[in-house]
Design a protein around this ligand. Structure first.
Ligand SMILES: Nc1ncnc2c1ncn2[C@@H]1O[C@H](COP(=O)(O)OP(=O)(O)O)[C@@H](O)[C@H]1O
Ligand SMILES: [Mg+2]
Length: 228
């Protein structure tokens, strides 16, 4: 696995997400900061898995361990998906890393994952930031994770929000990011019949909403730049 060691923590704004081993196999344990987030994520997985949407299938919901965990919501235990997040891939391509050729096909495949998610579930992801998509290196398949904000919602708006993330990660709106977003709009349009022009308009809405959220967060947090 990619330099991942047992006990390693993944970046999480609110929760504790750590790598563990079960019978020799790597798993990810997510300990929730609040019961409501845990409840929403669990009910999302319970809907998505039977629909055959490609997500890591939960191995269990387990009583949290540790001193002050009594009474907390169950931890989610997932199989580890070995590969980069969509953000890792985008950044590696942007940097011209030799092991990340500038290939648009992963982005078309990510758009296809989203189209399938929207069409099969009728739900919106709610938080389609690029850390919530993992690309398994051995197969090239995408897996979605992090469904705390998943709920009924407009599919094109949800996809527009994802495109807004794509183009605004630092450095924003580079030619490569614009090419990625265009390829994703085209692939999503092909599968859903929503026009690429409509998706571009939803992306612009998403960019405005994201700029406002980042402005509010920067005002709360002080001057540090934030990734999402
Ligand atoms: N099953 C998994 N396999 C590999 N990495 C994972 C897995 N689940 C989570 N991660 C990593 O942990 C990070 C945080 O998990 P996530 O569920 O998105 O928590 P948060 O709600 O804090 O964003 C992800 O961005 C990803 O890098
Ligand atoms: Mg996340």
């Amino acid at each position: 696995m990619t330099a991942a060691t047992e006990g390693a923590r993944f970046a999480s704004r609110r929760h504790r997400v750590a790598l563990e081993r079960r019978d020799g196999a790597p798993v990810v344990r997510k300990t929730y900061a609040d019961a409501e987030a845990a409840r929403r994520e669990r009910s999302a997985y319970e809907r998505l898995v039977p629909l055959g949407i490609r997500v890591p299938v939960p191995l269990g919901w387990e009583t949290p361990t540790g001193d002050d965990r009594d009474g907390g919501p169950p931890d989610l235990v997932l199989p580890y998906v070995d590969g980069p997040t969509a953000l890792d891939l985008l950044e590696a391509q942007e940097a011209g890393a030799p092991d990340a050729p500038r290939d648009l096909s992963p982005w078309r495949a990510l758009a296809a994952w989203c189209a399938e998610f929207h069409q099969r579930s009728g739900l919106a992801l709610g938080d389609p930031n690029l850390r919530n998509f993992l690309r398994e290196t051995s197969t090239g398949r995408w897996f979605g994770i992090d469904f705390e904000d998943c709920a009924a919602g407009d599919a094109a708006d949800d996809f527009g929000a994802l495109l807004a993330f794509v183009v605004t990660y630092d450095p924003a709106r580079t030619p490569w990011k614009q090419a990625v977003a265009a390829a994703m709009r085209e692939a999503y349009a092909e599968r859903t019949g929503v026009s690429a022009e409509c998706l571009l308009a939803r992306q612009a809405d998403g960019e405005r909403a994201l700029a406002e959220r980042r402005r509010l967060r920067a005002a709360q947090d002080g001057p540090l730049p934030l990734a999402n």
